[in-house]
Each structure stands twice: as C-alpha cells, then as structure tokens.
Design a binder for this molecule. Structure first.
Ligand code: HEM
Length: 510
C-alpha cells in the first residue's frame, strides 16, 4: 500500500464521518410521521375543489412550521409554505435546488423527462431550452410579440361583442391563438381547431397522476417488469397513452411549420419554430430539431391554460368589485382616450390597472403548487437536514395568502400594491408567482403583456356586469375553483355590455 493509498483512505473515512456527523446533528424537517407510499395511497388526502391540496399543505404549517417533511415511499418530499424559506432555498441555493425528479415513469416508461418542465439539470438540453426561451421571450426580446398579442386581443374582444355568453370559450381561443401564432406561425380555427385539440387531449391526462410519487412503480422500480396484462398495472396503460399523445402534440404543429417553410419564402414566416429552423447550424442532427419541437410545445403548454386562468380571475374580480373596475376604466380613458384601443406600450402609464392585475394573480393563485423541484446535494437549513434527492413542493398559493405578508388575504384589494404617503406597497407577489431559481417561468414577461392586452382591452370597451336571472335579480358569483393543476374559477355567468357605441365601433373597425 502506498502513502497515496493511505491518504485517500483517510480522506474517504473523514468524508464518511462528516456526512454521518451532519446527519446526526441535524434532524429532518418536522412533519407527519414518516409514511410509506402504500399507506399514503390508501389514506391519500381527499382533494376536492373545496379542500384543495395547497390548503391541506398550508394547514400542516400550523403544526410543523414553514418547511414540512413528508416521507412518501422512497422519495422524501418537503412542502415549503413560506416565501422566506422558498427564497432562501429555491432562489439563494438554486444551484442545488433546481433539478426535477427523474422517476421511472418520467425517464423510462414515458418521454416526459425530455419535456422542458421535467428536464433534469444534468441534461444538457436544459441549457439549450433556456437559451432559446431567453432569445424568444426574455425581457429584451418579448416586445417583438406585442403586435400579435394586440391583434389577437382585438379578435377576442370582437368575439365577446358578438357572443358574450361564450366568453370562456373566446378566452381559450385567444390564449391558444396568441401562442400558436408566435410559436408556429399557425392561425387557429375559431372552433374545434385540430392543433388545439391535440394539446387539450394531452393536458386532459395531466392530473394528480402526473405528480412524482403518484405511481407505485416510481417507488418500487422493479414493478416496471410486471407485464401490462397483469392486474394492477394501470401505470403501463397510462405511460403508453402519454407517449402517444405527447408525440402527436409535439410533432404535428412542428411538421406543419416545416411544410409551410417549403411552400413559402421561409424568411416571411415569422415564428419561433421557423426562425430556429432557419438558424439551424450546418451539420446539426435530429437532436437539434428535437430541442425545437419540445421547446415549442412547452411554450404552448406553459402559456395557454395560465393565460385563461388569469383572465377568468380578472373577470370574476371585475364583476364582484365594480368600484375597482370603474377606477381602472377611468385610468384607461385618461391615458388612451376614446379613439383607439390600449396598447401594451401604455402599460407603464397605468399604475392602477397594473395593481389590479397584480392583485388578481395574488388573490387567485394560478399555479398553486408551482412545479416540484429536486435537491441534488445534502443540505442543512435552519438546523434541519434535507437529504439529496428530496423533492420540494413550493406552496405558492400559501405564500400568496400568507396573512403576515398580505393582511386579509381573501380580500381583493389592488391598493395593496400602490404606495401612498401613509404606506409602502406590499411585496410584489411576482417573486413567487412564477416559480423559483433556475426553473423560474421563462414565459413570465410574455404572460404579463398578454394579460395586459386582454384586460385593458376589455375595460376599454365593456362594462363587465353581474348576470341577471329571469326576474331581473343580479346573480353574484361565488369565488370557487375547479380542482385542477392550473387553477380556474368555476364558470360563472356575467354580462359584457359595450361602454358606448364608439367603443364597440373600435372593435368592428378593421
Ligand atoms: C400568468 C401566467 C403564468 C404563470 C403564473 C406561470 C407560472 C409558472 C410556474 C410557477 C412555473 C414553475 C417554475 C418552477 O419550477 O419553479 C412555470 C414554468 C414554466 N412556464 Fe410558466 N407561467 C405563466 C405563463 C407562461 C407562459 C406564457 C409561458 C410560455 C409562453 C410559460 C412557459 C413556462 C415553461 C416552459 C416553464 C418550465 C420551466 C422549467 O421547468 O425550466 N409560462 N411557470
């Protein structure tokens, strides 16, 4: 044995000792008893629209503090219910807190691990995705989409003028058409668009079943060898359905753009996919196309449902708070005047409307549990030991409804975000609405301008009022939500009454 061998053995022993010392000194974060997946599957929390998962997780903090440990089978989970801990861990230590959990379901049984949302930090693709998004939707490039966002917003307003009772359908159409135009250069059919349907079909399968830890096979990988005909192997069917739907959703619009580029002067096709394909370096292979295909699909998946959610909540807030609506309309009238629609460049001049939109996103959390992060190295936080491999669920909704940060959190109050002589504005919730660290939402600037174009257009042209029943009584909608991954208020009736003939005329002018 050489001296070097002895030294190496000594250092190795020290490393082992340090690790076990740290583990002994620091305890795991507090939480309900370590429970195994078999039991949690049978005693799973009863998730319902009235009692969503985020509220159940938030309740745990009353007993255990802001960081709660849930041992689910082999995968340790922690839920973070406070903004401070989320920022401390997911932002300030983002180097080690930004991975995704590579479950057997995601990485072996389906191709979901290649999607942007689940791509591991160890996969070189992630850096390529992030670079593409920065170039397409970063703070310095996002303005190139304003024209499309404004034009599509105008079509939405026109549809709402013509068929106001179908406003939710119009919202879904406009959210899809903005993204499809920007991403693929594709114009969406007003009804039953086949490309939109592909995404809806895929999204319809995304539920609790898509969460890491849901399937037993994720905790007990040996189960993947059990043949699909064996009872209790529903995971095989789910995986196969995922692969078929994912492939269709990712390839169909991408191939459509590629065909357009063959028939038209490709430089005139202004879209994310076309410009990426045009910039394709000589000699690059199919892997390059694959990054574009998956990147493009992520723009659609990330951008559509979230846009609908913001606008539904905005409309609900306007129906319930006519005084807020009037004040925002006055601001728009003052800045824009009667002869044109608002434009995205007007946004910095409308502090009140901006405060309204900020409060909408706080009051009605869009992605209540964000997306799960995964820790890649052992860590110690506030005396708690968090082992490598732990999955972190940021409870964004709990942070947005934390009464210490946002007093009377259920109250819709845009004034929170306006400074006055007497008070400072409350914290801008964008620090957690769009997620954290290296996984922060790359579409956030795009989302802000889309929401502004749609909301300012609605207030410039309509009064949004309570619906009335057969006897002329106003119907006050309840603040209730669907039980879904991206949160949506339950559909409620309301009226869109043009503010004036001149306002309606703005929509019919070409
Ligand atoms: C108000 C609207 C939106 C909200 C509230 C929102 C929120 C979020 C959140 C919470 C995450 C998870 C971040 C994390 O893991 O910590 C996320 C990720 C993502 N969002 Fe958004 N988003 C919105 C709009 C958009 C838009 C318009 C796009 C694209 C056009 C988009 C594309 C994405 C993508 C690709 C990811 C995955 C990032 C990654 O895993 O690295 N989002 N978003």
């Amino acid at each position: 044995m050489t001296l070097q061998d002895v030294l190496a053995a000594f250092l190795f022993a020290i490393a082992i000792w340090c690790t076990s010392y740290i583990r002994k000194q620091h305890r795991l974060p507090p939480g309900p008893n370590k429970i195994n997946l078999f039991r949690t599957r049978f005693k799973a929390p009863q998730v319902s629209a009235e009692n969503p998962l985020w509220k159940q997780y938030a309740e745990l903090s009353k007993l255990y503090g802001p960081v709660v440990y849930l041992g689910l089978g082999k995968a340790p989970f922690i839920v973070i219910n406070s903004a401070k801990s989320a920022v401390d861990l997911l932002n300030k230590r983002s180097r080690i807190y930004s991975d995704r959990q590579m479950t057997v379901m995601n990485s072996e049984l389906t191709h979901r691990g290649q999607t942007v949302f689940l791509c591991s930090t160890s996969n070189p693709r992630l850096v390529q995705y992030q670079k593409m998004f920065r170039e397409e939707m970063g703070v310095n490039s996002v303005h190139k989409h304003c024209k499309t966002q404004e034009q599509e917003a105008k079509s939405f307003l026109r549809n709402t003028l013509n068929d106001p009772q179908y406003y939710v359908q119009h919202l879904k159409t406009v959210a899809g058409s903005i993204i499809m135009k920007v991403t693929y250069g594709y114009t969406v059919e007003p009804h039953n668009d086949p490309m939109i349907q592909l995404v809806r079909d895929w999204l319809a399968t995304i539920s609790l079943k898509a969460l890491p830890g849901y399937w037993l096979v994720d905790s007990y990988p040996i189960l993947k060898y059990v043949p699909p005909w064996f009872p209790g192997t529903e995971f095989h069917q789910w995986a196969s359905e995922q692969n078929t739907l994912l492939e269709k959703m990712i390839s169909t619009p991408f191939e459509w753009t590629r065909r357009q580029m063959q028939h038209t002067d490709p430089t005139t096709i202004n879209s994310f996919v076309a410009s990426r394909l045009l910039a394709k370096p000589d000699g690059s292979n199919d892997a390059y196309d694959d990054v574009i295909r998956y990147g493009a699909a992520a723009m659609y998946v990330g951008g559509v449902d979230t846009a609908v959610s913001v606008l539904e909540a905005f409309i609900l807030a306007m129906v319930l708070h006519p005084e807020v609506q009037r004040r925002a309309q006055e601001e728009i009238d003052q800045i824009v005047g009667p002869s044109r629609l608002p434009e995205i460049k007007d946004r910095p001049n409308m502090p009140y409307l901006n405060a309204v939109l900020t409060e909408v996103m706080r009051w009605s959390p869009i992605a209540p549990l964000g997306n799960t992060h995964r820790l890649t190295e052992d860590d110690v936080y506030d005396g708690m030991f968090i082992p490598a491999g732990t999955c972190i669920i940021p409870n964004i909704a709990a942070m947005l409804h934390d009464e210490n940060r946002y007093p009377e959190p259920k109250k819709f109050n845009p004034e929170r975000f306006l400074a006055s002589d007497e008070k400072e504005p409350q914290d801008d919730p964008r620090i957690f609405i769009y997620g954290f660290g290296r996984r922060i939402c790359p579409g956030r600037h795009f989302a802000e301008s889309s929401s502004f174009a749609l909301a300012s257009g609605l207030l410039a042209t309509f009064n949004i009022l309570k619906a009335v029943d057969g006897e002329g009584n106003e119907i006050t909608p309840l603040v209730e939500y669907e039980n879904s991954f991206v949160s949506h208020p339950k559909t409620f009736p309301c009226r869109f009454v043009p503010k004036s003939e001149a306002a309606a005329q703005l929509l019919t002018d070409s």
